[in-house]
Design a protein around this ligand. Structure first.
Ligand code: NAD
Length: 488
């Protein structure tokens, strides 16, 4: 493996208050997933750097929370404009960060700008409190106050770093908090440009800080007494550790975790539209590396074979290759560890009785250098097996059959996760019934778009708790004080 870094990529640095720091306690070599080549060096912060960043954020909090709300809002709206104006650079950095194919990388920049603008708009319209009693017996007057926490520790993962920033940071800042972000060491590149633009938007030094690093830096952020709330996006194992640490001081934690979301397809559905969505969501969007992807396909018996053939035909038409190429639909997965995990899970699924319909191996030929895994469909998956129960986080679709509505719902609810539910039927009453029964944070009927700013996104069970998006996503960044005034 070559160790050449490229000049085209930004230097990865820590952003602590006004300081841009190129060195920390260790170094991680960033590997381009499409080529397997090292292309950047990531300084790895330890507890000392995390402490400095948290202190900077703590210092900035007093000024930022006292900044007129309209001014905070203007700065966020300016940031949204700047993100849009840098769409080309963000697209390139998104591709370089984790191998996201160009079309998706570009769309995610537009989406990120929309999220920033949405929360920028909230800054001077915050739901700050309500009057809970007027002058009553004894002249007591009461109301609630919504107050920002202070320093928010934001720990994000690698699959969509710009989106994760956009879903957390603007809401936290609009509410008057300051933030220390710990990105994944696998994807620090786009975060650098984001930090530059935060500065250019006029957001004061210390309000937004970045500590690049790994698990140690994340753990130090969670432990830090001046971090008043943690907002985490990542996997359940890490969430368990974070929650255990936070429990020591009763620190609130927002958890956006994984999923094993079911896509239920009834015989009366628009099968062509359903097959298109099933294939696109399982393989094309971020090459299966998304938390809310419908990775379990539940198909009614009567249409099972016909429907599976449609999905396989669409998936088979997807071009796999260089994420730089605008015609690429499926790119690489993030790293060698992901390839190893996916290969092992697919092998164990077959040992558990699943039938391989397509894929089931790494890319070869021109794809052999990068971390490519072919779109893979496994049918007749045992609902109790690992593949039906655990997140693969790669282009692997687990197919199961059902005979009636009750069985479909039982299968859909039959995992520990509860992030997204997908449903295809022409029967509106059935759609309403099943929507109520699904134990998930969102339900998407007949392919409707739901990745929108104005509605909350979040899971239950092993998919986490709390929300990003909508007024609910804003409310995560306030604590509530109840106030009463007497006559004394
Ligand atoms: P991960 O949990 O391994 O890592 C996530 C982040 O946590 C990284 O920045 C990592 O460095 C940090 N971290 C690791 N150990 C830590 C510790 N002990 N204390 C504090 N921080 C620590 O997750 P991953 O494997 O990188 O990401 C994939 C997971 O993220 C999947 O489960 C996926 O579904 C989930 N995800 C969820 C959402 C959502 O919004 N619900 C979005 C994207 C991804």
């Amino acid at each position: 493996m070559s160790t050449e870094t490229t000049d085209a990529l930004p230097a990865v640095t820590l952003r602590i208050g006004s300081e841009i720091r190129t060195h920390a306690q260790g170094v991680h070599e960033h590997v381009n997933p499409a080529t397997g080549q090292v292309d950047a060096r990531v300084p790895m912060a330890g507890p000392a750097e995390v402490d400095e960043a948290v202190q900077a954020a703590h210092l900035a909090f007093a000024t930022w929370k006292a900044t007129p709300a309209a001014e905070r809002g203007r700065a966020l709206l300016k940031l949204a404009e700047l993100v849009e104006a840098h769409v080309d650079e963000f697209t390139e950095l998104g591709i370089a960060d984790n191998g996201t194919p160009r079309t998706t990388a570009r769309l995610s920049v537009d989406a990120a700008a929309t999220w920033i603008r949405y929360y920028g708009g909230w800054a001077d319209k915050l739901p700050l409190g309500r009057i809970s009693s007027t002058v009553g017996a004894g002249g007591v007057f009461g109301h609630t106050l919504r107050q920002p926490y202070g320093v928010i520790g934001a720990i994000i993962t690698w699959n969509a770093p710009l989106m994760s920033l956009a879903m957390k940071v603007p809401a936290a800042l609009a509410a008057g908090n300051t933030v220390v972000v710990k990105p994944s060491e696998l994807t620090p590149l786009g975060v650098m440009l984001f930090a530059d633009l935060v500065h250019e938007a006029g957001i004061p030094d210390g309000v937004f800080n970045v500590v690049t690093g790994g698990a140690d830096a994340g753990a130090a952020l969670v432990e830090h007494p001046l971090v008043k709330k943690v907002s985490f996006t990542g996997g359940p194992e890490t969430a368990r550790k974070i929650t255990a640490t936070a429990a020591q001081t009763f620190k609130p934690v927002l958890l956006e975790l994984g999923g094993k979301s079911a896509n239920i397809v009834f015989e009366d559905a628009d099968l062509d539209a359903a097959a298109q969505q099933a294939a696109v969501m399982a393989f094309a969007i971020m090459t299966g590396q998304g938390c809310a992807m419908p990775t379990r396909l539940l198909v009614q018996d009567s249409i099972h074979d016909e429907f599976l053939a449609k999905v396989a035909a669409i998936a088979g038409s997807f071009s796999i290759g260089d994420p730089q190429d605008p015609s690429t639909i499926c790119g690489p997965v993030v790293n060698q560890a992901a390839i190893d995990r996916i290969e092992a899970m697919v092998a164990r699924a077959q040992d558990d009785g699943a039938r391989l319909v397509m894929g089931g191996s790494r890319g070869d030929g021109e794809l052999a250098e990068g971390f490519y895994y072919l779109p893979t469909i496994l049918a007749d998956v045992d609902p109790a097996s690992e593949l039906a129960q655990k997140e693969v986080f790669g282009p692997v679709l687990a197919v199961m059959r059902f005979s009636d509505e009750a069985e479909a719902v039982a299968l859909a609810n039959g995992t520990d996760y509860g992030l997204s539910g997908y449903l295809w039927t022409a029967d509106a009453r059935r759609a309403i019934r099943i929507t109520e029964e699904l134990e998930t944070g969102e339900v998407i009927v007949n392919g409707a778009p739901n990745a929108v700013t104005e509605r909350p996104f979040g899971g239950i069970g092993h998919s986490g708790n709390g929300n990003e998006g909508g007024v609910e996503g804003l409310e995560e960044f306030f604590w509530t004080k109840s106030v009463a005034y007497g006559n004394g």
